[in-house]
Every structure is written in C-alpha cells, then in structure tokens.
Design a binder for this molecule. Structure first.
Ligand code: RAM
Length: 971
C-alpha cells in the first residue's frame, strides 16, 4: 500500500506541476484503486493485456542487442508504442537474466516495480557485468492508470574484453615492413613550406595469417581483434564484416578500441585460417604535414579467437609468434590522405583460406615479430558504431573525355571510395584521382594541399575488373579515371561512389516548399556524413581531417537534430578527456598530434563543456554529464589560469573565417579577449548548472558566483554605458600563459562586430534590462551590412537563436534567404552540395577563391540547420531529453510549408505547417510519455483538435497524441 501511496503522490505532484487536467488524475486514482483491489490478479488478465508492451529497447547511447559492449552497468531505454492505449508511464520493471528464459534462478537483477516516468537511460544496478558476459533483458511498464503491460520482447547484450588481462594475444607484425619514402610510389615528402618532412616513413600493408584446426562441434566463436593501424579480418577466405577503417581513431598512446565479432558460422570442424591485412590508417600514417619529430610506429595486429565447443570446452587462437606475415601482397601502399596502390600481380593465392599452399609464394611469408601489450595503453571495446558503406551513389555525368582521361561527376560532394567496373589491359596501370570541383575547366586538386588522393590499380589480366580501395577514403565530387582500355568508351556505370561514415542513421527529416532551403538541409546532412568518419573532423579531403574541437562544439547541437549521433559524440568525448593535459588544457583537435604552434584556444577547448551540455539537452541522460564533469571542471580551471580578474586572455582562433575582415585575417575582427572571456563565462555557467544537476552543490554555488563575476566584468570591461564597445582598454598585465607581463601598459580597442554582440546575448552576459539595447546594436550592424551576416565560425551559429529569442526571426529569415555573398544560399546558387569552409570558397564564375585552406566540405557553417528544427518547426526541449517540450514555429511569409520531425528518447516529435491564404493548418505529434506546450503568437482564432476528435485549448499542456491545429495568420 505504501508503494501505491508513493506512486499516487508522485503522479499527482507531477500532474500539478504540468497542469494535467484533474479529470485524468481522477481516472488515475480510480485505476489505482482498482489495481490495488486486484493486485493478485494474474498479468494475463484482460485489463492488463490492453497495455501494449514497451518497444524499441536500446542499450547505452542507443544500441540494439550490442555485441562487444563496453559498459559494465548498462543503461536501458524503451518506448511506449505510439498507437497503444497507454499515454504515460507511471512505473517500470526491468529484469536482467543469464538466459532468455528468465527462470527465477537465471535472473541476476530485478529492479522490481519502480514508480517513475523515466523510460530512458535507466542504469542496471546489479553486479557489474564482466568481460564476455552475455545477458538478456526485458522491461514492462505501468501506464497512467497503473495498468501493467506485458513484458517486452527479450533483448540482449554481450560485453567485450574489458581489460588488458583478458588478452592472451600479443601484438604481431611483419618483421621488417618499413621503408623510406624514396621507395614509395607516392613519395610522401613534403618539400619546403612550413612543415618540411625529411624523414617521412611509410609502411607497406602487412598480410598476416594463421592456420589452425578445430576437431569438435562448435557452439559459438568470438573474434576479439584490433590493430595499430587499420585492419580487415578474414576467416577461411571470407571477410567477416563490412566494417571499414577499424578500429578507428583514439589517442592510441592511451587507448585502442577493440572489436568483437560473432564468427561462429565462419568456422568449421577441420582446418581453418584466421587472417588479416593491416595498413597505416591514422596510427602509422601521416597526419597533417608530417614533421621530423613525428616518427610513426609501424602497424601491429592483435587478435584472439575464442571458440567454445558444444561440450563446453574452449580453444583460443591468439596472435603470437606462430603467425606468418608478408608485406608482398597486392595492396602495395595505403594512406588516408594519399590513396591506395593495388597491384594484382602481387595477389596471394588462398592466403587467407585453409587451402593455403605452403609452397606457393612460400618465400614471401615470414615469421612475425611479437610485442607484448603495453600496460598504459588500455584495450577497450569500441563504444560507437564502426565506419561502413552506408550508401552507393551512381555517377551522374561524364564531364569530359580526352586523351584517355575521363572525368566523372558523382553529382554530390561525398566521402568514401569509388567502385570501378572497367575494361583494363594487363599491366597497364589504372589511375583514379579525386577532386571536389572543376575549376576553370581543370580538375581542381590544389585545395587538397599535400594529400595525393590517388588510387592506382595494376591489373594482372586483360578484361573487365572490379576494384574498390580498402584502406583509404577521399572527399570528392569528381573522379578522374585514366589507364583503362581505350578500345572501350567510358559509360556512367564504370564508376560508383561508396559513401563511408560512422554507421548511424541520418534522419533527413526536413522539407519545405523552398527548394534552396531543402538543398541547404541536404548539404548539411552531407557535411555531417562526410565529416563523421569515426571522429568529428573539420574536413575530409585535404591533408588535415582533424578533430577540431571548435568546429565540433558549434555543430554538435545541429548534428543531434540531424542524425543518431549520441554514441558517436560520447565516444569522442572519451578521447577528449584522455587528451586533456594535467593543467586542464584541452587541445585544438582530438586526437592530438603536436605539430602546430598553438595547443588550444578559447571556443575550441570549450568543446569540453559545451558538447556534453548539448548532448544532455537532447538526451536527458545525466551519465554524459557525470562522465565528463571532472574534465569540464578542469577546463574551467584552465580558463581561470588564463584570466586576470575574470578577463580571459586565452588565445583563440577567433571568429574563424569571418567575411570582410579589416585585415584579411582568418581569425576575424572580434577581439580575442572578448571571445575568450565570453566563453570563459559560458563554460562557468555550464559547469555550475552541471554541478547542480549532479548534486555537487558546493561546486555549483562556487561556479555560479564565478559566472556572475565574469558576467559583470565582461559587461563593464568591454562595453560602455551605451553598450558600445569601449576603446583603449588596458589589457590585463599577464601573458596568455598566465605569467605576469612586465613592461609598458598595453591597450586594446575591440572592433565592433556582429559577433561581439552575439556572444554576450547568446551566453546571457548582459543584464536583462540591457538586452534589448544590445539587440538594437546588433540589428543596426546587420542593417548596415544590408541585412547580411558578417560572422565566422563562432558568431554564425548564434545568429538564429539570438534573433529568435529577441523577436527578430523575420530578420533571420532575411539573412538566411539572401543569395548574395556572404550567405548560405550563395553557396547553393554556386552549385554547393555540402557546406563550405568559407563563405566564398568557390563560385561558378571564378572557381576556387585562391586560398590554400579551402575545403568544400566543412560542417561548421551548417550549424544553421538546427534552426530548421528549433526555429522553423519550433521544436525545443523545455526539459532535457524532450520529456517536456514546446512547439513555437517561427512563421514567415517567405515559406508556405514546412515539414519535419525530431526523434527523441520517447518517440518522434513531428511538426508540419502550411499557410495558404492567411490560414494556418498545422499538425503535431506529441510522443507517448511526453508533454508539449504550443506557442503560436502570430496566430489568431486557434482551434486545436487531439486525435481527430477532442477539442483542446491551445494554452493547455498537450498530452501525447496527434494534433491538428488551425488558425488565422495575423501578419
Ligand atoms: C582550420 C580548419 C578548422 C579550424 C581551424 C582553426 O584548419 O578550418 O576548421 O577549426 O583551422
């Protein structure tokens, strides 16, 4: 009974808080009373059966039945079916068992009935799961009437190898597989310039194999495997997965991710072969322009096959000194930046199958060398999806064809590899080059800088061949093909584009009646696909492709509207934590390599606080805050260290690539101290809120004070009484490394920029009563630039939220719909199919703009797409995770129809609206177990119908259901 009272009072409290009508509370009370009377009634009784079981069971950041899972205390999430009877969850019960049968003795954790409306991120509270452990789980729920559902279907998860001690295997590799660059076809030496590379080694791919026999019936087999470098594994001649570029990129000196595969069906009684190819990847290949001190270690493989027989015994085949290796296989070279070289003359017969003929190519195979596992390099199960081929796109046009060179247009700037099916002549090398654009009729590769982005294929027979590179990726729209059999005429089906990215769902869930807007939405999705290849990168094509933290923090929010990337970000944050140095510094890019002069910068390192905070806003999962809290605090400490009386002098890349700067500087005109101090304040605010949420109240109190102090100081230090930027400010007497500066007083005069106002307005650094005055200054600046933006990476993402918040969405629409430079549609009018690095990267008339640093696939400016959801559709969480949200579409006469949705932990919020002849028709889906508020300020005579029949008031809290909303437009 006491449980019932607790459940009642919690529901009534919640109901009061959200103004659920008294009627539904009454129904709930009635339901509970009934349940109490019949509490012994079996679950299969008629009433109980009406509540549909929870569906879409997920583990951790959204995994379904994961194998090789990483969390010893997994989090569980589920949904209430949208078309079932239950509206809300009032309680749940989770059971975890060692078998799918869930017999009493098999249940290792039973949450029992927990009164709670939480249906996401519920942490397993049983005994920590261990390496290799497989468990089954199921959940049931009680609805708002305390009616129990049936148990859900049974799902499962299996833990990977969690500890280095779990490995008997040793690192293995070819004994002498490294050579100097003179031998490389690509000759990787970067001559002259800022980053000469006198000693750039490259490594030929290693082919590794081991034959073994199994003589009993096989019950199950798991392959645990990873590499230093990137690998592709085979059993008995067959590739065992579609994964690409595994294990991905982490700070390898601290942690290498491992993969787990179910290979039961690949094995047989008798002779078997386990094999793998290992290539440079990020570990052993060059990153950026190589420098002399950047000595790359060679590739290594680590593999452990664990076979369990039906009689319960086990056999382990681990990488060790008994393996064989050659570097004389057909993949001659493979490099992320430079491409792959394949020579079919080196193909190895049956090397990865049990029919391996010991005499054939015998001289090519040598004993491997072994290395022990390093204690300080943790081997941990990969915690997010691997890279895979997610789409295949056809070539759409042959651009030119002369002198045996044909250029294909893929119609889309994409990231991945080509698949060619072409006629070839024995030993005549086929060459593939890749470019993002045709520039003044030329195949334009200068913006790739030193990246050769070339695949070479030498056939060993004449005829039609199919080839697709294995260990590289390119960013391109155009493919240049030469070396094919010129007796044939090239056709479009010769080249296909295999799109590669971390394998998550891209939602593609926004459309409108404006074609340019739809194209922009699409471009942002493609920018996301192209730059979410294991880590979030700035660009995918040139000799860079780095995990720039600044780009990440400006795009994280948008990416969460556009794709299922929670796991992707959570995994990258683990690398960010590992790369944080002892003083709290978070580097400019993660994983980090020390080859640039500046290690970090404000607004870049602030990814450490902003990204976890954004993820929390979308998911409501406190784990992401808890996991990162120490890092967040330490980063804030680093800010403090770089500040003087609350003014930060931390260096920064600034409002990167702002257009129309006064001196052509990439870093823009907004003063760095202003940027640094604004971000210092924002990080303090985030850390204070995080501390409060996690229950660290002393911390929270302290950081709130800090935030308010920085806020006050920021206001008075940079702005005068009329909210104009001050001139001749005396710079703090410190260097940006915190040490005191001697010598003459330095003065600064920050320039007036849009970003100087956007930062404090977005981060809440002006007193409420001053905000409108600041907004006026901002609007005046925008007016002065003919209603165009003048913002770089930092200011641009803040334009829409700030203008919307202060009632200027109309102005935002104007900025957004501008076609003249600088604007988003400018790129679209100039043929963009992705987001560009610069506002003027390219034009149809003059081609590339002449800058060396000029990528056509950079996601940062794509941050605007978050406004499609938050502004145009108006979907915004009022409680993290969208359990409560508001829908406040920013209607405009520039758009007649907008359609879109956002998947939340509870289900999809879908919104669409159309305005015809001054009449609004809108539909809205409020997912089960959530509540919404409708805000329609520019609409009169509003009528709201729920589930086709129930009239509700627009000011009411909207319960789960399908809504139709009509009204008259008042603008
Ligand atoms: C360049 C890239 C990247 C940016 C840094 C500062 O390498 O444009 O996106 O974050 O500079």
């Amino acid at each position: 009974m006491s449980k019932l009272i607790r459940s009642l009072s919690s529901f009534v409290n919640r109901a009061n808080k959200v103004h659920v009508s008294l009627f539904s509370v009454f129904i709930f009370l009635a339901g509970c009373a009934e349940h109490n009377q019949h509490s012994t009634e079996s679950e299969s009784s008629k009433v109980v059966a009406q509540v549909a079981a929870p569906i879409q069971l997920k583990v951790g950041e959204g995994f379904v039945n994961p194998l090789g899972y990483y969390e010893q205390r997994p989090r569980f999430s589920w949904k209430i079916p949208q078309y079932g009877k239950a509206q809300f969850q009032s309680a749940y019960q989770i059971q975890v068992a060692t078998s799918a049968k869930f017999l009493d003795t098999q249940v290792i954790w039973d949450s029992e009935k927990v009164v709670s409306d939480n249906s996401a991120w519920i942490s397993y509270q049983g005994k920590k799961l261990l390496s290799r452990q497989k468990v089954y789980w199921r959940v049931k729920m009680w609805d708002e009437n305390d009616q129990a559902s049936k148990w859900s279907e049974v799902n499962h998860l299996e833990i990977g190898l969690l500890n280095n001690d779990d490995w008997q295997a040793k690192w293995i590799g070819h004994p002498d597989a490294n050579e100097f660059d003179e031998d490389s076809v690509f000759n990787r030496t970067v001559k002259g310039g800022r980053f000469p590379a006198p000693n750039n080694k490259y490594y030929r791919p290693h082919y590794l194999r081991k034959g073994f026999s199994l003589d009993k019936d096989i019950y199950q087999a798991r392959l645990y495997i990873t590499s230093k470098g990137v690998f592709k594994p085979f059993i008995n001649g067959k590739a065992i997965s579609n994964d690409v570029m595994t294990p991905g990129w982490t700070p390898y000196h601290k942690r290498i991710e491992t993969l787990t595969y179910d290979v039961t069906s690949h094995l047989k009684i008798g002779e078997n072969t386990l094999a793998a190819i290992v290539a440079e990847g990020w570990h052993s290949g060059r990153i950026f322009h190589p420098t002399e001190q950047q000595y790359m270690l060679p590739m290594r493989l680590l593999a452990q096959l664990e076979v369990t027989f039906t009689d319960g015994t086990q056999q382990i085949v681990a990488s060790n000194k008994d393996w064989q290796s050659t570097d004389q296989g057909p993949i001659r070279e493979a490099s992320n930046y430079d491409g792959e070289i394949y020579d079919a003359n080196f193909e190895l017969t049956n090397w990865h199958s049990a029919d391996f003929d010991k005499n054939q190519d015998a001289d090519k195979w040598q004993k491997v060398i072994t290395e022990p596992l390093e204690q300080h390099v943790l081997l941990k199960p990969k915690r997010h999806s691997t890279v895979r081929e997610t789409l295949t796109i056809p070539a759409v046009k042959i651009v030119s064809q002369k002198n045996g060179i044909t250029i294909f247009d893929m119609g889309q700037n994409m990231v991945g590899v080509p698949e060619i099916n072409i006629p070839v002549i024995k030993n005549q090398q086929v060459k593939l080059r890749f470019a993002e654009a045709i520039d003044k009729g030329e195949f334009a590769v200068t913006n790739l800088r030193s990246a050769k982005a070339t695949d070479l294929y030498t056939p060993n027979k004449t005829g039609v061949v199919r080839y697709q590179p294995t260990f590289t990726f390119h960013g391109y729209q155009f493919v240049e093909l030469s070396g094919y059999d010129q007796a044939s005429t090239p056709t479009l089906d010769w080249v296909k584009g295999k799109v590669l990215h971390s394998d998550f769902e891209v939602y593609d869930n926004f459309t409108s009646t404006n074609a340019d807007l739809n194209q922009l939405s699409d471009n942002v999705s493609w920018g996301l696909r192209g730059n979410f290849l294991d880590i979030p990168t700035d660009c995918p094509q040139r000799d860079e492709r780095l995990g720039w933290t600044g780009d990440a923090q400006v795009f994280a929010q948008t990416s969460m509207y556009k794709a299922d990337v929670y796991g992707f970000w959570a995994a990258w944050l683990e690398s960010v934590r590992e790369e944080q140095s002892i003083d709290g510094m978070v580097p400019n890019f993660v994983p980090f390599r020390n080859f640039l002069t500046s290690l970090t910068g404000s607004a870049w390192g602030d990814a450490a606080t902003i990204v976890p905070w954004e993820l929390y806003q979308f998911t409501g999962d406190k784990t992401i805050l808890a996991e990162n809290y120490i890092m967040m605090k330490r980063w804030l400490g680093y800010h403090t260290f770089n500040s003087y009386q609350h003014i930060s002098t931390m260096s920064s890349h600034g409002d990167w690539l702002q257009p129309f700067t006064s001196d052509g500087n990439n870093g823009g005109d907004t003063h760095r101290d202003l940027i640094a101090t604004a971000y210092y304040a924002y990080s303090a605010d985030i850390v204070a809120k995080t501390a409060r949420i996690l229950g660290y109240h002393t911390d929270a109190d302290q950081y709130e004070v800090l935030f308010n102090n920085i806020k006050r100081k920021f206001r008075d230090y940079f702005f005068d009484e009329n909210l104009l930027l001050r001139t001749n400010i005396i710079k703090p007497p410190i260097y940006n490394n915190g040490s005191e500066r001697q010598g003459p007083t330095k003065k600064i005069s920050p320039k007036t920029t849009q970003t100087s106002y956007l930062l404090p307005l977005a981060f809440d650094l002006f007193a409420v009563e001053e905000q409108n005055q600041a907004v006026e200054q901002l609007v005046t600046l925008i007016e002065k630039s003919d209603r165009h933006l003048r913002t770089g990476f930092l200011g641009t993402p803040l334009l829409a939220p700030v203008l919307q918040k202060f009632g200027h969405s109309d102005l935002m629409y104007e900025i957004l719909f501008k076609e003249s430079y600088p604007s988003w549609f400018y790129s679209i009018k100039n043929g963009a199919t992705t987001t560009w690095e610069r506002w003027d990267s390219y034009s149809l008339e003059t081609g590339f703009n002449g800058e060396k640093m000029n990528s056509l696939n950079h996601y940062a400016y794509g941050a605007i797409a978050s406004w499609f959801y938050r502004g145009m559709l108006g979907i915004e969480q009022t409680q993290p995770g969208f359990k409560h949200f508001k829908v406040e579409p920013q209607f405009t006469d520039k758009l007649s129809t907008v359609n879109g949705s956002h998947p939340t932990p509870y289900g999809d919020i879908a919104v669409s609206w159309a305005i015809t002849d001054g009449q609004l028709i809108m539909s809205l889906t409020v997912p089960k177990n959530t509540e919404a508020r409708l805000v329609l300020p520019k609409i009169e005579d509003i009528a709201v119908i729920r589930n086709r029949s129930i009239a509700v008031s627009e000011s009411e809290v909207l319960l789960p259901g399908e809504y139709e909303i009509r009204g008259t437009v008042a603008f």
